[in-house]
Design a protein. Sequence first.
Length: 94
Amino acid sequence: MISAMDLTAVLTGINLLILLALMCIYGKNWKRIHSGFTSGLFIFALLFVLQHVITIYFYITMMEYYSPQVTTNVLIQAILQTIAFGTLLYITWR
C-alpha cells in the first residue's frame, strides 16, 4: 500500500509538471505580448518550480524523518496545491 508521503511526493511531481506547462504558456505569451504582467507570471511559475524541485528532493532524502502526524498535513497541502495549480492551468489554457 502506498504511504501518505509517497502519495505526497507523487502529487508534488504532478504539481511540478503543471507548473512547467504554465511556464511554457507564460513564456509563449511573453514572446507575443512583452508585458510586465506576463513576465511576472513566468517568474511566479519559475519560483514555484524551484520550490517543488527542492521539496521533492527533501521528500526523497528525508521521508523517514517525517512524523506520522505531519504526513497527513503535508498530504492535504499537496492535494490543495494540485487542485489550485490544475485550476490555474485550466483557466490559463482556455
